[in-house]
Write a protein that binds this ligand. Structure first.
Ligand SMILES: *[C@@H]1O[C@H](CO)[C@@H](O)[C@H](O)[C@H]1NC(C)=O
Ligand SMILES: *[C@@H]1O[C@H](CO)[C@@H](O)[C@H](O)[C@H]1NC(C)=O
Ligand SMILES: *[C@@H]1O[C@H](CO)[C@@H](O)[C@H](O)[C@H]1NC(C)=O
Ligand SMILES: *[C@@H]1O[C@H](CO)[C@@H](O)[C@H](O)[C@H]1NC(C)=O
Ligand SMILES: *[C@@H]1O[C@H](CO)[C@@H](O)[C@H](O)[C@H]1NC(C)=O
Ligand SMILES: *[C@@H]1O[C@H](CO)[C@@H](O)[C@H](O)[C@H]1NC(C)=O
Ligand SMILES: *[C@@H]1O[C@H](CO)[C@@H](O)[C@H](O)[C@H]1NC(C)=O
Ligand SMILES: *[C@@H]1O[C@H](CO)[C@@H](O)[C@H](O)[C@H]1NC(C)=O
Ligand SMILES: *[C@@H]1O[C@H](CO)[C@@H](O)[C@H](O)[C@H]1NC(C)=O
Ligand SMILES: CC(=O)N[C@H]1CO[C@H](CO)[C@@H](O)[C@@H]1O
Length: 658
């Protein structure tokens, strides 16, 4: 580990750059309590105010959440909260727990509790939150006034779900899953159960926020003990709800079909088990579904005694489970006959690192990209390839003070290039990539950032959309150590040596259609005439009747992809000359020279390129890219602290894998 650390620090020192650009920020009168993003707009509620911001975080307007609590219908005992203008008499406050922009209806549903601890809901105009379209005294979501005792994040979930009726028409409902704990009970009368579906169509005043449906059991209840809900989302017709229940992390699947009661009765459950020492309990802290794959992949931040890890699961619903038989939750609870829930185990542990607070997953081509918020205000980016191999983590942002990143990260819906990062009473708009800090094609590639391509016509590292003429190269679909690798082979009979150059890039159509290689040694071309023509992504040079100097033959390979030129110095070695006591370093020298390592010896390969992973079995020190990420990140952090005395500076730290 020592050797690895030293190399990292050296390389890292050269590659840390400080960037002063800011993509926007906003400051509020108190900590962010809940926020939501619609196409053009960000809505933020603090304890006292509701803000409407434009997508770049410039302020559009803000409203006070103060008002008058008055018994409007004394005979029915309904006390209604009515908002009042700024600086006028008020004896009520509305605290928002649920903020849901309804895209088609141009409205924002905002629900929570008033200071008499009863529910209140408002429907506001999406483009102007001063316009109140509807209000009602009703519970939607939790009646949380302050956070329940120890919890830093809410213990309830409220999302919009789509339910497709048999006739094909779709209804949008608010699904709420309300955490239950002793420290979070409410005294106000309400029809809310554990999981509820409520109507959203405010053009029907007798139906809006209604719990009722086609059947009496339009809800799910949980069967005792404390439960806290962490996340909920819908993928196609399935609704996923994640919770911590006792010592277990529970996943519920609901079918978004037919009717409210069908949704609830379709309940199927699984328990997510993270490997660890026996008896160690894990809690789910934050989660994000990974968009766009055949299976439903999902990343969860699990914590165990303060240690956190980001774990990937396949949570595709198992339709073979008989519905409504879960031991912890039920819809038709009379005559409920539970069975043992299915156990799901991780596909991979992606990152072990303390103090993770939030995660957002996106997809970029074949790559999964995770943005991870930290307790100390860092935002980390982690790219994972289709084989679940992890590229280097990049620190995208670091707050000046150690303020924890809010439990929820959301993407800018206008450009999909920025992430909203709430930190206490502030919100930052952090670019998903800093492509332009990479100044040449090698740097751009080595950053291993799936959002960046090297653009030939602009000679700069950019987002792919900013490269107009498809003349670009980027990292390929899977993790590779080098942009260009090569292998050598020697045919025993004829003595012919083949040099095989492999480019590990994805290229835009224009770059790919114009692929050539030129080989140059000191004096002339070393290759035989009439060898095989280059064929993206590889080109081949054959050499006959050659004696290699003991230091190797220096060959410069010029690879052209459209207007992009890659210069690769190659030293063609006589594999039989790479000798010495077997060691990892010798093995790596051998493999990097394009030779073959077997039986602790370096020799000519019979075919193609060889794989450096064989060196892992060589006696001696172990090197591994994904081996110990926490210490890689730790080194980055140490360096950061040394350099971070400057305020308002965002450091982009690129970690170089060895
Ligand atoms: C709040 O003020 C209004 C108007 O002055 C009054 O009618 C109402 O009773 C007050 N409510 C409470 C809870 O004090
Ligand atoms: C406020 O937001 C609305 C809706 O997006 C927009 O039309 C309007 O121009 C914005 N006004 C300001 C001052 O930003
Ligand atoms: C928003 O609505 C309020 C109340 O109707 C109005 O006074 C204000 O001008 C509107 N603001 C915008 C930006 O349209
Ligand atoms: C708010 O609710 C009260 C009582 O139900 C009603 O009189 C009033 O019209 C509502 N306001 C809006 C804008 O819907
Ligand atoms: C290939 O590149 C050369 C040199 O840049 C250019 O002249 C030629 O038009 C390109 N061919 C295609 C098909 O783009
Ligand atoms: C290789 O060397 C042999 C003997 O020196 C010679 O006969 C043969 O023509 C050479 N071949 C090539 C391709 O230069
Ligand atoms: C490689 O080295 C061996 C022994 O050192 C020698 O016999 C052989 O001719 C060399 N091969 C080439 C291609 O230089
Ligand atoms: C290298 O070999 C290992 C184990 O043999 C394999 O898992 C890995 O995918 C290979 N890598 C490449 C780039 O072929
Ligand atoms: C290096 O790693 C391999 C495979 O993980 C293992 O078998 C070997 O014992 C390790 N060697 C050392 C010295 O740790
Ligand atoms: C800032 C912060 O919360 N740091 C914590 C990170 O995790 C370690 C280990 O659990 C704690 O000791 C730190 O206090």
């Amino acid at each position: 580990m020592f050797l690895l650390s030293v190399m990292l620090l050296v390389l890292w020192g050269e590659r840390c750059r400080c960037v002063f650009e800011d993509a926007g920020s906003a400051t509020f009168d108190g900590d962010v309590r809940v926020y939501a993003v619609a196409t053009n707009t960000v809505y933020v509620a603090t304890n006292e105010r509701l803000y409407q911001l434009n997508h770049d975080l410039t302020l559009n307007q803000s409203l006070t959440l103060k008002g008058i609590l008055k018994n409007r219908k004394p005979q029915q005992g309904v006390i209604l909260f009515t908002r009042v203008p700024e600086a006028t008499f008020a004896n009520g406050t509305f605290r928002i727990n649920v903020l849901l922009p309804v895209e088609g209806a141009n409205s924002v549903i905002s629900c929570g509790a008033t200071n008499n601890k009863c529910g209140h809901c408002e429907i506001l105009d999406q483009s102007n939150i001063s316009i109140l379209r509807y209000n009602e005294t009703i519970q939607v979501g939790p009646l949380e006034w302050d956070r329940c005792s120890s919890a830093v994040a809410p213990t309830s979930v409220a999302i919009l779900v789509k339910v497709t009726r048999t006739a094909g028409k779709t209804d949008t409902y608010i699904l709420t899953a309300i955490g239950q704990s002793e420290s979070c009970t409410s005294s106000c009368a309400s029809d809310a159960k554990t999981i509820n579906l409520q109507n959203t169509d405010y053009s029907k005043p007798d139906e809006i926020f209604s719990f009722s449906g086609d059947h009496e059991t339009n809800f799910v209840v949980h069967k005792g003990g404390e439960v806290e809900f962490v996340d909920g989302f819908q993928v196609h017709s399935t609704i996923y709800v994640l919770s911590n229940l006792g010592n277990n992390v529970r996943l519920l699947w609901l079918e978004g079909r037919i009717s409210k009661s069908h949704v609830m009765r379709s309940l199927r459950g699984a328990t997510l088990v993270v490997d660890g020492s026996a008896g160690q309990t894990h809690r789910l802290v934050a989660s994000s579904v990974v968009p766009g794959a055949d299976q439903v992949l999902w990343g969860g931040v699990f914590s165990s005694r303060g240690n956190t890890e980001l774990v990937l699961f396949d949570i595709t619903p198992d339709m073979s489970i008989i519905p409504d038989k879960d031991p912890d939750f039920c819809s038709q609870c009379t005559a409920h006959n539970p069975s043992v829930p299915k156990i799901l185990r991780p596909r991979a542990v992606l990152l072990r690192k303390n103090n993770m607070t939030s995660v957002l997953a996106v997809r970029n081509k074949a790559w999964m990209v995770f943005f991870i918020g930290m307790e100390d205000g860092q935002l980390i980016k982690l790219a994972v390839d289709k084989h679940l191999r992890i590229s280097c983590a990049i620190v995208l942002y670091r707050a000046r003070d150690d303020r924890r990143v809010f439990h929820q990260l959301l993407m800018d819906q206008v450009d999909h290039r920025h992430i909203y990062v709430p930190l206490g009473n502030e919100m930052r708009r952090v670019p998903v990539s800093r492509c332009s800090t990479y100044t040449d094609v090698h740097d751009c590639w080595s950053a291993q950032d799936p959002h960046c391509v090297w653009c030939g016509s602009k000679t700069s590292c950019t987002f792919v959309d900013d490269c107009s003429d498809s003349d670009w190269v980027s990292i390929p679909d899977d993790l590779q150590q080098r942009m260009v690798s090569y292998g050598t082979a020697r045919e025993e009979a004829t003595g012919q040596i083949t040099l095989n150059i492999q480019t590990h890039v994805t290229a835009g159509p224009r770059a790919m259609s114009n692929f050539t290689c030129e080989f140059a040694a000191e004096s002339n071309s070393p290759c035989d005439q009439g060898g095989p023509p280059p064929h993206f992504p590889e080109c081949i040079c054959t050499l006959r009747n050659i004696t290699l100097p003991s230091k190797g033959l220096k060959i410069t390979v010029r690879i052209r992809l459209g207007t992009i030129m890659l210069l690769e110095p190659v030293v063609l070695n006589n594999c039989s000359d790479i000798t010495g006591p077997p060691s990892v370093v010798l093995c790596q020298r051998c493999i990097r020279a394009g030779c073959d390592w077997s039986k602790n010896k370096c020799s000519w390969a019979n075919q193609g390129s060889t794989n450096e992973s064989v060196c892992q079995t060589v006696p001696g020190k172990n090197f591994s890219v994904s081996g110990d990420f926490s210490s890689v990140l730790l080194d980055m952090e140490l360096k950061w602290r040394l350099k971070a005395n400057i305020n308002h500076v965002t450091c982009v730290c690129v970690c170089v894998c060895v």
